[in-house]
Design a protein around this ligand. Structure first.
Ligand code: SF4
Ligand code: SF4
Length: 358
């Protein structure tokens, strides 16, 4: 008796990317010999077969309205070969198979108000967390911070004047996305959450909120005869992790939610080991709509790095060469006791939470 036919697997997830790739890329997959950088914002990849493909990168916002998207696609249809892709830092890239198509494409993009750049040793687009547009826990407006800073860094995006490329990241809460960056602008809460006891019983699953705290600072409590929660403020590290599962644990605050700036994070292991970023400025006002204080610190760090960094040094390489005391001296940023990692509470607090054991 023959075996019954097996049911084919149901494929789900992202569609196969090959169908959307430029034909030159498809034909030369796995055969790229080298690439060059003819001008800021343009890369040329050449394959073993001799075929070349020019990539033109333009800065775009992460969350695009349909009209801008249509405009970008129309430019792609008219001036490129009808293929686009978006980078992880939310920029658009067009691919063309002939050098003479590059200049008209750049002109069309610039006439439509887009900035071409972001390649090689430039300041690339700030990686953009979602903020109030799409997330329920931000302490600031990520889109606004990215826009305000990139407005001031536009010349560093369209030129290649840094020692190496600079990745800037944002994070609009203190616990979730964002990531290692040469420079990271992260939210910093400075006060424990304020609990709205009238809402806790209706909105929050108290055991999951208790379990969420990394330092076991939250306990169930009866307040005015109603089930609620209480926070041991001496233990609380103001991380904000209790706020997503329990919005009545309000931690966002116009005055006490600040920014901190971290530098030297690097995922790459091209020339040295990957490194963690380190805090260099804290307590910076979260000051919409232009965030001038945070922007001026970022610009100050970039200026010193540009003048003092050697060719191909990323920010972490540069700091490793000159040392942290020299970094603070050259940038003029104050070094305070808050920069010293002196927390000794791990055995007593992390070990007491329900999900970390060591
Ligand atoms: S950083 Fe936090 S608030 Fe911002 S989008 Fe990510 S999870 Fe949401
Ligand atoms: S989760 Fe974070 S903010 Fe909330 S009580 Fe615990 S330490 Fe404090």
């Amino acid at each position: 008796m023959s075996q019954p036919a097996m049911r084919p697997p149901i494929e789900s997830g992202c569609p196969d990317g090959f169908q959307y790739m430029h034909p030159v890329m498809r034909r030369n997959f796995g055969m790229w010999r080298y690439h060059t950088h003819p001008r800021p914002g343009v890369l040329l990849h050449v394959s073993d077969t001799g075929e070349g493909i020019w990539t033109v990168k333009a800065g775009t916002q992460r969350i695009l309205d349909v009209f801008t998207l249509r405009k970008l696609c129309d430019i792609g249809d008219e001036f490129a070969d009808g293929y686009v892709r978006f980078t992880i830092r939310s920029n658009i890239e067009y691919m063309v198979d002939a050098e003479e198509k590059v200049e008209p494409l750049i002109n069309a993009l610039e006439e439509a108000g887009f900035i071409v750049g972001g390649t090689r040793n430039s300041v690339s687009m700030i990686s953009h967390t979602q903020g109030w547009l799409h997330c329920d826990i931000p302490g600031t407006d990520a889109s606004g911070v990215v826009k305000a800073m990139m407005d001031e860094l536009i010349d560093e995006f369209r030129t290649c004047n840094m020692p190496n490329r600079v990745h800037i990241t944002t994070s609009c809460c203190q616990i979730n996305c964002g990531g290692q960056g040469d420079i990271a602008i992260n939210v910093q809460h400075t006060k424990p959450p304020k609990i709205n006891h009238d809402l806790v019983a209706n909105v929050c699953e108290r055991p999951s909120v208790v379990a969420r705290c990394p330092v076991a600072a939250i306990r169930p409590a009866l307040v005015n005869g109603k089930p609620s929660l209480e926070v041991d403020e001496k233990k609380c590290i103001c991380c904000g992790a209790c706020y997503p599962p329990c919005p009545p644990m309000q931690i966002n605050d116009a005055e006490h939610t600040k920014f901190a700036i971290w530098v030297g994070g690097n995922h790459s292991n091209a020339r040295g080991k990957p490194t963690f970023q380190k805090l260099v400025a804290s307590g910076i006002p979260n000051n919409p709509p232009r965030w001038p204080e945070a922007t001026s610190i970022v610009k100050r760090i970039l200026k010193v790095y540009q003048e003092d960094g050697q060719d191909w040094e990323r920010i972490n390489d540069w700091i490793e060469r000159i040392g942290w005391p020299a970094f603070f001296e050259k940038t003029g940023l104050p070094f305070t006791r808050y920069h010293i990692e002196n927390w000794r509470g791990a055995r007593n607090t992390l070990n007491a939470s329900t999900h970390i054991r060591f």
